[in-house]
Ligand binder design. Structure first.
Ligand SMILES: CC(C)(COP(=O)(O)OP(=O)(O)OC[C@H]1O[C@@H](n2cnc3c(N)ncnc32)[C@H](O)[C@@H]1OP(=O)(O)O)[C@@H](O)C(=O)NCCC(=O)NCCS
Length: 288
């Protein structure tokens, strides 16, 4: 383990065992000059830098939460007990000699959903500067959320070794949108798998501001596909209906902390059409 920064609150470690099975290239990257930091609060100058990068990339497509929602999530630090789960949000910024290299954010949601503690980490956004793409850095960015999950588990009073699932929402592959294919190819190479969209019709809540939602006649949840890594279980090719439901409930619990109840109602309702708890569902390659 190589600590990236001395300060324990903001330090992010490079832990080879956390890398996804297909992310071995990350080990070849010389990380010594990289300054990797968890942005601790919205009042830090680093917050503006990190948020603005994410907003510029994802805001115009309504794929980025508002500054207020992100600030509210940072205030959960070290973890907040909300309802029957614990949440921890992190915004990680990578720089080299003061220059932007990458940014990512994610939320760990810890529950005792099916009788035993489990952490689901929602991989919200990741952006790697063009010069740093395909260098191996993205592999570390996919691994760091596991540290967030462990910290959240411990804050909730559970063992750090409890099961952890990383999950990302992805658009369907479409040759007209080459960026989507790049994202999906990257996750596929890392070893992530996709829930079968024929069986699991997942909807993301409407990210637009409430006034805009109301002016347009109500929320428009967006269909997405879920791509996941069950840490330590990457080779398993099936997932049970009950596990799918638990993962999606964790995502919706996170979203409902920032969105209005009326804007969440339709996505909660969509769970009723999910496969039975006992269903054994195939996991697919993300680009298929
Ligand atoms: C998505 C993103 C984070 C991936 O990071 P990356 O450093 O570019 O890619 P990775 O190193 O993870 O790529 C892994 C594999 O994916 C495939 N891949 C990645 N980029 C590719 C490209 N432009 N063309 C074809 N295949 C590509 C390759 O198989 C690659 O492995 P290789 O480099 O050993 O051949 C980065 O491209 C990015 O910041 N994109 C813009 C923002 C975005 O789309 N974020 C994701 C959604 S939140």
């Amino acid at each position: 383990m190589v600590p990236a920064m001395a300060h324990s609150e903001t330090a992010v470690e490079f832990i080879p065992a956390d890398l996804a099975p297909g992310d071995g290239k990350a080990l070849e990257l010389d990380c010594r000059d990289l300054d990797v930091v968890r942005v601790p609060s919205p009042h830090e100058p680093l917050f503006d830098l990190a948020y603005e990068r994410l907003w510029d990339e994802f805001g115009p497509q309504h794929e980025m939460e508002t500054r207020e929602i992100v600030a509210q999530r940072l205030a959960w630090h070290p973890a907040a007990g909300i309802g029957n789960c614990w949440l921890r949000y992190e915004l990680i910024l990578v720089r080299r000699q003061g220059q932007f290299v990458a940014v990512r954010d994610h939320t760990a949601v810890v529950t005792c959903g099916r009788g035993a503690p489990h952490a689901v980490v929602h991989l919200s956004h990741v952006l790697v500067a063009a010069a740093w793409r395909r260098t191996g850095l993205a592999g570390w960015l996919r691994a760091w959320p596991i540290q967030t999950a462990r910290t959240c588990l411990v804050a909730a009073g559970f063992p750090a070794a409890s099961p952890i699932t990383l999950v990302a929402e992805m658009e369907h592959p479409d040759p007209q949108f080459p960026n989507r294919l790049v994202r999906l190819a990257a996750y596929e190479k890392a070893g992530f798998k996709k829930m079968d969209p024929a069986a699991v019709k997942y909807f993301q809540p409407d990210f637009r501001p409430p006034q805009q939602i109301d002016a347009s006649g109500g929320p428009r949840p967006l269909p997405f596909r879920l791509v996941l890594r069950r840490v330590g279980r990457e080779k398993e090719e099936y997932i049970q209906g009950a596990e799918v439901r638990e993962i999606v409930k964790c995502l919706y619990r996170m979203y409902e902390t920032g969105f209005r109840e009326q804007d969440m109602a339709a996505v909660w309702q969509s769970l009723q059409d999910y496969p039975d708890d006992q269903a054994n569902l195939p996991l697919l390659a993300p680009t298929k």
